[in-house]
Design a binder for this molecule. Structure first.
Ligand SMILES: [Zn+2]
Length: 332
């Protein structure tokens, strides 16, 4: 049993309370490797932002769960070395699929876990979430539950259609489970292809696809049921068109990738939404920089030569999100 507090990590309780009352959102960036971790920590330190570093089951398979936990421990030390006296870093399990997965993360030093029972019948979702909460709270680990289904594909999570969260269920769910935050479905979606071209309209000014707007009426109804309760948005990458264009210009073939406009995420961040998950944008930033570098330097073969600009491009993207979208800068 590894206590996350001995690693210098924190849970989400206090940072979410501050974010809800302060009208901003905490960034939740997924990481799978050292360069992503370094870029996340550099951006958080530079902007004086709390940050959630999250690990999906795909990341645990790719990188090894033990290594990722040591990397999070290293992230705290790295933040201090970069001049941050009191870093607020959460190590969070993204889309835990069972009590056993959540328990294994809690036991190995995670400070926060998500149990995603959203695909289960309601009563089973309540039961598994409650079981995880009972175990997690013994160690002061916070728990994110989910109601409603997001469309899209990302790692192991996949659904063809989204089902908005039913606002009439949220009080019962939160009361019965005791979860600390709730992921809801209001039209965000996993992955870099959040919407089909048929679901979008064309912006006459740019010719780009504009996705359908988020269901802010559902968000407002949830907030009315649960005043001040921390709400989470998954699938909230914006799929920056300049990164997609760079990828396509240097040999890639990303067709009609569409994300959530940042203007809508800014609006969400000012509400009870206090955690916004961003994964695809980091993948795009990394891939765009690697493709460009290798195309321009066909003689390079040292991974540091192309991973350095990739890391720098991710850092710039993370800083942009923190300062211009989530508003979590200068909150340490
Ligand atoms: Zn998700």
């Amino acid at each position: 049993m590894v206590d996350y507090k001995t690693l210098g990590l924190v849970n989400t309780r206090e940072m979410f309370a501050k974010a809800v009352s302060g009208g901003y959102a905490i960034p939740a960036f997924n990481f799978n490797n050292m360069e992503q971790m370094q870029a996340i920590v550099q951006a958080a330190v530079e902007t004086k932002s709390p940050v959630i570093m999250q690990v999906s089951r795909g990341a645990r398979d790719y990188a090894n769960a033990t290594l990722l936990r040591y990397m999070a421990e290293g992230a705290v030390a790295y933040a201090k070395e970069l001049g941050c006296e009191n870093p607020q870093i959460v190590l969070h399990l993204d889309h835990g699929d069972s009590f056993e997965t959540c328990k294994s993360c809690i036991d190995s030093g995670f400070s926060s876990v998500m149990i995603d029972g959203s695909a289960l019948p309601y009563d089973e979702n309540v039961a598994v979430t409650r079981r995880v909460v009972e175990y997690a709270h013994r160690f002061d680990v916070t728990v994110e539950g989910e109601l409603g289904v997001l469309a899209g594909v990302e790692d192991e999570v996949s659904a063809a259609e989204s089902h908005y969260t039913k606002p009439e269920e949220v009080v019962d769910f939160v009361t019965k489970t005791g979860c600390d935050s709730l992921a809801i479905s209001i039209g965000t979606s996993h992955g870099a292809y959040k919407f089909t071209p048929e679901q979008c309209t064309v912006d006459p000014a740019t010719g780009r696809l504009l996705p359908p707007p988020l269901a802010f009426d559902v968000l407002e109804a949830v907030e009315k049921q649960l005043p001040g309760f921390p709400i989470v948005l998954h699938g909230s990458s914006s799929v920056p068109q300049d990164e997609v264009d760079t990828i396509n210009a240097y040999g890639g073939a990303l067709k009609a990738a569409v994300g959530i406009p940042e203007e809508q995420l800014r609006k969400a961040a000012r509400s009870a939404v206090c955690k916004i998950n961003i994964d695809s944008d980091s993948r795009l930033a990394m891939t765009a920089a690697v493709r460009k570098h290798l195309a321009e330097h066909p003689d390079h073969f040292d991974p540091r030569q192309y991973l350095k600009p990739a890391r720098e491009n991710m850092r710039r993207m993370y800083v942009h999100k923190i300062v211009n979208v989530l508003g979590s800068n200068n909150k340490l």
